[in-house]
Design a protein around this ligand. Structure first.
Ligand code: NAD
Ligand code: IPM
Ligand code: MN
Length: 370
């Protein structure tokens, strides 16, 4: 198969700006290789709410279900602060994850050599860092019911969110983490809070049992999630693969992002289970960061997390390993040349725009592809 059918969902804020750079990378492959990527673009998040009153329309969901992969920008922003909870921009992202059954979120945090001084941590702490956070994405407190605010009298309200995990949900995310560990450093650290949460107790039990049944060759360690956050900042290179629940994974991956220099560097892949007949997975690729309202519209966002997310699509949806390596090497080379968007630049150093960084990456792709 050399024809790939994508759905691009730029979203809001910097989402639209960084997606333009992915479109140029797609055009590069279409023009300069025998691969053909066709794509449709659609609205999501606040942009979809403004157009249809829903953060993702049923028609867009249909397109997402029938595409080979969804490439997602970012959603949200102060403009939609007042909209009803069920149709807020973020609800569109959550519906896509849930309805496409994208339970496994791979969030790699790699410190590019050229950026070892861009982190707020010391060079020796982050230099050579290559960790992978495997975040459970369709369960836990994000989706558990009840989820509500009720009046309980005397002018008081009660807010309830429900953290809930079934055995099969923990088993399948643990298996993803162990399988990936086998392809890298062969170590998994599972993070939960079994000291206060029943879901943590079950999480720990099921990860341990999955390890014992199928993955004894992989090193497994358990860590309480609060201590895990501390260890991520103290000495992150002790980790290879971290597997954790939806909420802890959200928080820990923002922490991990800063180890690499900026939230603008971290890509992610949200994967479903392989189809039993075709072996293909539903998948959505999205940067870890949001719509960055503080810099939106200025053309200065870092497009690397978005472009690296497209590289993950090449790797995980299309098995185009060489092409994924090419994009990632081009990113590293552009950084080696000293190009910096504002988020990864040292104070007072010159910076480039979103488009200039995109152009530099394309130039490096030309050079590396010979
Ligand atoms: P954010 O990730 O949008 O921004 C946090 C900080 O990081 C900001 O200072 C921003 O300028 C900076 N930043 C983020 N990405 C950058 C990039 N590519 N280049 C340069 N700087 C970058 O998080 P937030 O401000 O907490 O949230 C803003 C909105 O985004 C909220 O509505 C939130 O719900 C939403 N959000 C969406 C997603 C998503 O769509 N996947 C993820 C996180 C947050
Ligand atoms: C992320 C974001 C989302 C999350 C929000 C926007 C729903 O923070 O992808 O990390 O919490 O999962
Ligand atoms: Mn997040």
């Amino acid at each position: 198969m050399t024809d790939y059918n994508l759905l691009l969902l730029p979203g809001d804020g910097i989402g639209t700006e960084i997606m333009e750079e992915v479109k140029r990378v797609i055009a590069w492959f279409n023009d300069k290789t025998d691969l053909t990527f066709t794509y449709e673009e659609d609205l999501v998040g606040g942009a979809a709410y403004d157009a249809h009153g829903a953060a993702v329309s049923d028609a867009t969901m249909e397109k997402a279900l029938s595409s080979d992969a969804v490439i997602f920008g970012a959603v949200g922003g102060p403009k939609w602060d007042g909209v009803p909870y069920d149709v807020r921009p973020e609800a569109g992202l959550l519906r896509l994850r849930k309805d496409l059954k994208l339970f496994a979120n791979l969030r790699p945090a790699i410190c590019y050599p050229a950026l070892a001084d861009a982190s707020s941590l010391k060079r020796d702490v982050v230099e050579g860092l290559d960790i992978l956070i495997v975040r459970e994405l369709t369960g836990g407190v994000y989706f558990g019911e009840p989820k509500e605010i009720t009046d309980i009298g005397n002018g008081q309200k009660r807010a309830v969110d429900t953290q809930v995990y079934d055995t099969y949900e923990i088993e399948r995310i643990a298996a993803v983490a162990f399988d990936l560990a086998r392809t890298r450093g062969n170590k998994v650290t599972s993070m939960e809070k079994r000291n206060v949460m029943k879901s943590g107790v079950l999480w720990n039990e099921v990860v341990t049992a999955t390890h014992k049944a199928t993955y004894k060759d992989v090193e497994l360690e358990h860590m309480l999630a609060d201590a895990g956050g501390m260890q991520l900042v103290r000495w992150p290179k002790q980790f290879d693969v971290i597997v954790t629940d939806n909420l802890f994974g959200d928080m820990l991956s923002d922490v991990a992002a800063m180890l690499t220099g900026s939230l603008g560097m971290l890509p992610s892949a949200a994967l479903g289970a392989p189809d039993p007949t075709t072996g293909r997975r539903k998948a959505m690729y999205e940067p870890v960061h949001g719509s960055a309202p503080d810099i939106a519209g200025k053309g200065i966002a870092n497009p690397i997390a978005m472009i690296a997310s497209f590289a993950m699509a090449l790797r995980y949806s299309f098995e185009l390993t060489r092409q994924a390596d090419l994009v990632e090497s081009a990113i590293a080379a552009a950084l080696d040349k000293g190009l910096r968007t504002g988020d990864i630049a040292e104070a007072g150093a010159p910076t480039v725009t979103t488009v200039e960084m995109g152009t530099a990456i394309l130039t490096e792709m030309d050079r590396l592809a010979g």
